[in-house]
Design a protein around this ligand. Structure first.
Ligand code: AMP
Ligand code: MG
Length: 481
């Protein structure tokens, strides 16, 4: 099925442990991503359902796979810890017919030497959550790992309650994390660190291979991708929830969908994760945490930036300082696009922030607001009769009319491609999981197909557009680890 040719095992052995996934009792396919299969050039039509489930649960090792668990470290809620794939097996890198490399990794496939106290398993709910949200992110045009399949294992796993066990197959352009560099730096061997740096550049930033200062160019390139990524998250109201450095990729893809969630009502301080008690990873904090994580990344690179530590620190600091300014520039441009503005001036910031303050004060739905704004009919709703909004609306209209060489239609087209109609709202995600736990997969399939074209108005999306009723509101999300 796969065309494996792995390169990760070329790295020094400290970076991984070879081991096979655990055998499970009774693998049953819950969902297989046929579109993604086609995109990856994967062919499985000659396999029976049982054979597919065996291959995507780890009961049968696919030809060419060399399963490993990768080692990494990370700052979790600010504290350094040695980690690693505790319940994941990287089967290898699949090479597509176009020559692109993708990691194929199981999650929930058994204990590894990095499992610490964990059981190595995953429950169906959180794996379906990752599947739904990662696929939604992809359709929204946001860099992300993808989900190829979820298979139940026929085993019961113990959490607060007994749950159905499952294995997710994740597809990623790599699993190199900021935490992988922290792990390398922890070895206190510059040769090991250099090997990881060279490998990462070869894999993700080949144009930096001849850079004068490779470490510094990698840092700059990662800052570029992470500021892009967080800007995307802000655009759609996504809250990652556990932005620990081990959950930040060097490729710039969103990874590790745990207690992540999309906000309904706009609030800068929104937090869903049950373990984020201080709001460290709140919606509005994500760029600051991004910069904090990048500073941890920069620290790992110091010996490769310059042999003179003082000089290296200075150079790295300069670069890290740039993160917030770069993010703010991208954020402003993105917000201008949400409001249909092609040009973006510093002065637009005050209109945008006044709009956001009004939204926050009036509990306005973040997603629906921007679609309403582009449809005069939708603005007849009571929420928009508010005097403060009327004034803001006028200011916005005046600003739109100053756009050179852009028509009203152009502005609406820009808003339509920037502001989604549909996001995976928490109450729908929870509803789908509840049904799947009772073996009803129809809500899952319906939801996934609705999430495929998130920028196109469509009658079929209506049931998913409304914010939750008070009784449906989800206040907390869980890692489900
Ligand atoms: P996360 O917060 O999901 O990014 O995971 C943090 C670390 O905990 C990673 O090293 C995971 O591999 C590990 N982990 C999470 N859940 C389990 C589990 N059930 N068994 C073993 N390790 C786990
Ligand atoms: Mg993680």
């Amino acid at each position: 099925m796969f065309n494996f040719k792995s390169s990760y095992t070329r790295l020094p052995e400290v970076f991984y442990t070879r081991l096979a996934p655990s055998i499970v009792k009774n693998p049953q396919m819950i969902i297989l991503n046929r579109r993604l299969m086609a995109d990856l050039g994967l062919e499985a039509s000659d396999l029976t359902d049982q054979e597919q489930a065996a291959l995507l649960s780890g009961n049968q090792i696919a030809d060419g796979a060399e399963p490993i668990a990768t080692a990494y470290a990370g700052h979790q809620f600010g504290h350094f810890t040695l980690l690693g794939d505790g319940r994941a097996h990287l089967l290898g890198e699949h090479i597509t017919p176009e020559g692109k490399h993708f990691d194929i990794q199981f999650k929930g496939s058994g204990r590894t030497p990095y499992a610490r106290r964990g059981d190595g398993k995953a429950a169906l709910g959180p794996m379906l959550r990752e599947y739904m949200i990662s696929e939604a992110m992809f359709a929204l045009g946001i860099p992300t790992t993808r989900s190829l399949a979820v298979v139940t294992t026929g085993e019961t796993i113990m959490r607060e309650a007994p749950l159905k066990g499952a294995v997710l197959t994740r597809v990623a352009s790599s699993h190199i994390r900021v935490g992988t560099f922290e792990f390398a730096a922890y070895q206190e061997d510059d040769a090991i660190l250099q090997k990881l740096l060279d490998y990462t550049i070869e894999r993700h930033y080949p144009d930096k291979q001849n850079a004068k200062n490779k470490a510094l160019s990698l840092l700059a390139a990662v800052i570029e991708r992470q500021t892009d990524l967080i800007t995307h998250w802000m655009r759609v109201g996504f809250i990652h929830g556990v932005m620990n450095t081990d959950n930040m990729t060097l490729s710039g893809e969103t990874i590790d969908y745990g207690p992540c969630a999309f906000m309904d009502v706009y609030n800068f301080k929104t937090v869903f994760s049950s373990i984020d008690r201080s709001g460290r990873y709140a919606y509005g904090n994500q760029s600051f945490i991004g910069a904090w994580n990048i500073a941890r990344f920069a620290e790992t690179l110091l010996p490769l930036i310059d042999p003179d530590m003082g000089k290296a620190i200075k150079m790295a600091e300069e670069m890290v300082k740039h993160f917030q300014a770069l993010f703010e520039e991208k954020w402003l441009k993105m917000m201008c696009a949400k409001f249909g503005l092609f040009e973006c001036h510093k002065a637009d910031k005050s209109l945008i922030s006044d709009m956001l303050t009004w939204m926050q004060d009036n509990f306005v739905d973040f997603t629906n607001f921007f679609r309403d704004l582009a449809h005069e009919d939708s603005l007849k709703q009571d929420t928009y009769k508010d005097k403060i909004f009327q004034d803001l609306y006028q200011r916005w209209q005046n600003r739109l009319s100053q756009e050179q060489s852009k028509s009203k239609e152009d502005a609406i087209a820009l808003m339509t491609r920037t502001n989604p109609v549909i996001i995976p709202r928490n109450h729908h995600v929870e509803h789908v999981i509840e049904a799947a736990n009772k073996s009803d997969l129809k809500p899952l399939h319906d939801f996934l197909s609705a999430l495929e074209n998130p920028y196109q108005d469509d009658e079929r999306l209506k049931p998913y557009q409304s914010p939750p009723k008070p009784s449906e509101r989800v206040f907390q999300t869980f890692c489900g680890t």
